[in-house]
Each structure stands twice: as structure tokens, then as C-alpha cells.
Design a protein. Structure first.
Length: 113
């Protein structure tokens, strides 16, 4: 059956990212802190939705960043300015989204204090 294999491939990608990417583990720690604070401060439904969507997007961009870096590494072993740009932009996308997510979380928590 194809469907179980596709889920296994997806899980393999997530597992690989968790094992090899320190930033993925940092994002997971941030996610756990967000969940803890959401329960503690009794986030409203819309606050939960916003935080969960942003968290999912952070994990998504980290997975895509890892994929881009892997493809770039596969395509060339020599230094390439374009390869550097691709990797830097992918990492920058993760950073921008993570920073916005932390800002949104801070605004929600600040409103509860």
C-alpha cells in the first residue's frame, strides 16, 4: 500500500531533521514552552489557533530549509556563491518566521499579565 509508505517517508524526514538539526530541536523546545504557557495563561481558542499555526509553519520551514541544504550539498561539493545564497535565504526564512512567532506569543502573554 502506498499510503502507509508515504507516511513512513514523511516520518523519516521529520526524524532525520530532529536527529541532525540542532535548530529543529530548539524549535521543539520553544513549542513545548509555548504549550506550557498556553495552558498556564489559559489561552483563548483563537490564541491557540494562531500559536499552533505559527508553530506548524516554523517546523515546516525548518524541514524545507533542511531539504534545500541537502539538495544544494548534493548538487555541488565546491563553494558556490549561488549555493550559499540558497542556503542563507532558506535559513533566513526560518529565522524570520521564528522571530515573528515569538513576537506574537509575547504579545499574547503580555496581554495576560
Amino acid at each position: 500500500m502506498r499510503l502507509p509508505k508515504s507516511f513512513q517517508y514523511a516520518w523519516n524526514g521529520i526524524s532525520y531533521c530532529f536527529r541532525t538539526q540542532a535548530n529543529f530541536r530548539i524549535h521543539l523546545l520553544g513549542f513545548i514552552c509555548m504549550l506550557t504557557s498556553a495552558f498556564y495563561f489559559r489561552f483563548e481558542k483563537m490564541e491557540w489557533i494562531v500559536c499552533l499555526i505559527l508553530s506548524a509553519l516554523v517546523f515546516f520551514t525548518e524541514l524545507v530549509n533542511t531539504a534545500i541544504e541537502s539538495v544544494v550539498d548534493l548538487s555541488t561539493r565546491e563553494f558556490s556563491e549561488l549555493a550559499k545564497v540558497a542556503k542563507d535565504c532558506a535559513a533566513g526564512a526560518v529565522l524570520v518566521l521564528a522571530a515573528i512567532s515569538v513576537l506574537v506569543w509575547t504579545m499574547i502573554v503580555w496581554g495576560k499579565i
